[in-house]
Design a protein around this ligand. Structure first.
Ligand code: FES
Length: 224
């Protein structure tokens, strides 16, 4: 069948290929017969598996992005970034009374950070160096506030000359903070309701419904 789609030329891993316009980097690869499985996950910009480095035509600045989100354009020069293994500390949060006080033991390399900013290549535009600085200075609230959009792709870790894995450090801080905070009252109330099976009978009724009855039930609730 004749393919009427308009094509553009991009350079992939140093090789020029023609691809239909309007596709993402990953779609363009698949469309041109590349069997890309590794480095592809959710295809929704959430899992961080598909980081790419790219250079737009006539630009001198290499940028980083997600292959499942970056749309190809004429003259784009793109490479898929490999996954970089980085150290994940082992810890049992439930056995720690005050986990934030143990950050230095869990991730000692954090304190060797000299703020070189090599880690500021985040495809989600997070100021990773700023997060590490805040973490080092025990300003954990600021650190977690700025890392909210992290998708754990590990690109920042691949650049750190000190072997710090900012994504794992930040995850530990987020978990530790959550453990040390008290739950908001509405959440506490909800958990108590769940634990006491307050809505158990209703759930049992829903679980026993067939598809038709369930659809009718949902429609009824939407209209409520
Ligand atoms: S495939 Fe998950 S972020 Fe691109």
């Amino acid at each position: 069948m004749k393919d009427d789609r308009k094509t553009i030329t991009i350079e992939l891993e140093g090789r020029k290929i023609k691809v239909p316009e309007g596709l993402t980097v990953i779609e363009a690869l698949w469309d041109t017969g590349h069997d890309v499985k590794r480095g592809v996950g959710c295809l929704s910009g959430l899992c961080g598996a598909c980081t790419v480095a790219y250079l737009a035509k006539e630009s001198k600045k290499v940028k980083f992005g997600l292959g499942c989100q970056k749309v190809v354009e004429e003259g784009l020069n793109v490479i898929m970034m490999p996954y970089f293994p980085s150290r994940v500390a082992h810890y049992l949060l439930e056995r720690m009374e005050t986990p934030l006080e143990q950050l230095q033991d869990i991730y000692p390399e954090l304190y060797t950070c000299n703020d070189c900013m090599a880690c500021n290549i985040c495809p989600e535009w997070i100021n990773v160096a700023g997060v590490m600085k805040a973490a080092k200075g025990a300003d954990y609230e600021t650190a977690t506030e700025h890392i909210m959009d992290c998708i754990m792709c590990g690109l920042c870790a691949s650049r750190c000359p000190k072997g710090i894995a900012p994504q794992h450090v930040a995850l530990f801080i987020q978990r530790a903070l959550a453990k040390e905070r008290t739950f908001p009252p509405n959440l506490q109330q909800r958990i108590a309701e769940i634990e006491s099976f307050q809505f158990g009978a209703e759930w049992e009724k829903i679980a026993a419904m067939g598809n038709e009855a369930l659809e009718a039930h949902c429609r009824q609730r939407e209209g409520a």
